[in-house]
Design a protein around this ligand. Structure first.
Ligand SMILES: [Zn+2]
Ligand SMILES: [Zn+2]
Length: 251
């Protein structure tokens, strides 16, 4: 996989930080606590942040990241997300109460943050990569991303529950070299997983086996720290999942 995982834990207290994938020096997906793995100078090189959704574990380091780069750039950092995702962070985060509105700082003419609404009909070309958002089934408006980089096709499904429409969606994206899939809860908490829009080993396995063409590799992320050991044991012991790679928290 040619993507650097700065963090992909489903919470704190487990292995590593929460979701932040570094696609290139300039492009990140999500701004969870894994973003803190970057040095100050590396942060100053980031130009684009694509958000999957507005849940805290995926945006928690965005405010302090922007505070680090304010006044340092001639162009704003662009944060991409669905209309709902950007409305949520604007209303609940950059509201002058939780944090200043960086779309107006240092001033309205030359702000350090630009919010860019995207839809699942968009195709983005960033830093020689082709990125395509697609809708997944989670508790709030959420995008997964198809990433074509250097002849390799990686698909990150973000936080998602099992949904037959996701299987169809993934099939339409073409052959997948690397599928990055979440697995938040163990099978005995399947009802909780379904209610909260997450996967268990059984649900993740079902999703992968229903794909028309198996992915080259399956990478598992977003283990909830309280169940991390249990999930690691199950995923490494179950035949269907034995060859999947666990990258939870391993930068
Ligand atoms: Zn979430
Ligand atoms: Zn999450």
């Amino acid at each position: 996989m040619n993507i650097k995982v700065l963090g992909c834990s489903g919470g704190i207290g487990g292995t590593g930080g929460t979701t932040c994938l570094q696609l290139s020096d300039q492009v990140l997906i999500d701004a969870g606590s894994g973003l803190g793995e970057l040095s100050l100078s590396e942060m100053k090189g980031v130009r684009h942040v694509l958000l999957t959704h507005a849940h805290m574990d995926h945006i928690c380091f965005l405010p302090m990241f922007l505070a680090n780069i304010i006044g340092q750039q001639s162009e704003p950092v662009t944060v991409y997300g669905s209309e709902d995702t950007l409305a949520m962070i604007k209303k609940h985060l950059f509201n002058w109460e939780i944090w200043p509105d960086f779309t107006q700082l240092p001033d309205r003419i030359n702000p350090c943050l630009k919010l860019q609404t995207i839809t699942d009909a968009d195709l983005l070309v960033l830093d020689d990569m082709l990125l395509r958002p697609f809708v997944v089934d989670h508790a709030v408006s959420t995008f997964g991303y198809s990433i074509r980089k250097a002849n390799r096709h990686t698909v990150f499904t973000a936080d998602t529950g099992y949904d037959p429409r996701l299987v169809i969606q993934l099939d339409t994206l073409g052959d997948i070299d690397d599928l990055i899939l979440e697995c938040s809860f163990p099978d005995h908490l399947q009802e909780l997983a379904k209610t909260s829009g997450h996967l268990t080993p059984q649900l993740a396995s079902r999703l992968v086996t229903e794909l028309a063409t198996p992915p080259g590799q399956v990478w598992i992320t977003h283990l909830k720290p309280s169940y991390e050991n249990e999930l690691r044991q199950v995923l490494s012991a179950t035949a269907a999942t034995r060859h999947w790679k666990l990258i939870a928290g391993e930068p």
